[in-house]
Design a protein around this ligand. Structure first.
Ligand SMILES: N[C@@H](CC(=O)c1ccccc1NC=O)C(=O)O
Ligand SMILES: [Zn+2]
Ligand SMILES: [Zn+2]
Length: 212
């Protein structure tokens, strides 16, 4: 039997967001009451809330938005590896961390970096990716990288070296995935960004389906 692992954060009031970014709110526009048969709400949120995809527009003014982002990278075989014991807080994933854990060819890689996902707070020292590791993934045929941490680059990065390396190699990006409670190994990933014109990122409902 196939099993579905939900690897999405629950989007909710108080969900941790990038320091200074808009906090999440769900506001009722209409309530069920005499004369009104429905509840309807508006969403207020950053495009980088929770488990999300970055479009190229996030770090390249000429890059495509979410509506124009090709979807093939976001559906298909994915390998989950766990580097949470290898890469320290504030550290970078280096090629030596990946070499022993990766198959020779890999289409999509999900990397667990948090020991336990910080659902209730923001960890400013989250580990991130060395750009050479992005190149190594690209050399092995990788078209999507997914992380549990909120960004490929460290929080204080002004140069976004890993993001730009991803751009140069044509990879897709998922961030803020919840990779606790999923065994390492091979799955089918499904995590589609919403078709929002002008959006530099989009929340996704990310799932891993076990391979029968
Ligand atoms: N690079 C991060 C997000 C990011 O950098 C960010 C997100 C929201 C508000 C400000 C941000 N960066 C500011 O320098 C990401 O890829 O999601
Ligand atoms: Zn992002
Ligand atoms: Zn990013």
């Amino acid at each position: 039997m196939t099993r579905i692992y939900d690897i999405s954060q629950t989007i909710r009031p108080g969900i941790p967001v990038w320091p200074g970014d808009r906090s999440f709110a769900l506001n009722r526009t209409w309530n069920i009451e005499p004369g009104c048969p429905v509840n309807v709400s508006e969403l207020v949120m950053s495009t980088h809330t929770g488990s999300h995809a970055d479009s190229r527009l996030h770090f390249d003014e000429q890059g495509v938005d979410c509506a124009a982002t090709p979807l093939d990278a976001y559906i298909g075989p994915a390998t989950l590896i766990d580097l949470s014991a290898e890469v320290p807080s504030g550290g970078l994933v280096e090629p030596r961390h990946l070499e022993g854990k990766l198959p020779a060819r890999v289409e999509r890689v999900l990397i667990k970096l948090f020991d336990r996902f910080p659902h209730e707070g923001w960890d400013p020292k989250f580990p991130a990716m060395h750009p050479d590791s992005i190149q190594l993934l690209a050399d092995r045929g990788c078209k999507l990288i997914g992380l549990d941490v909120p960004s490929l680059d460290p929080q204080d990065s002004k140069t976004l070296d890993a993001h730009f390396k991803v751009d140069a190699t044509g990879m897709a990006i998922l961030e803020g995935l919840v990779l606790d409670n999923v065994p390492t190994g091979d799955y089918e990933l499904i995590a589609l960004p919403l078709k929002i014109e002008g959006a530099d990122g989009s929340p996704v409902r990310a799932v891993l389906r076990s391979i029968p």
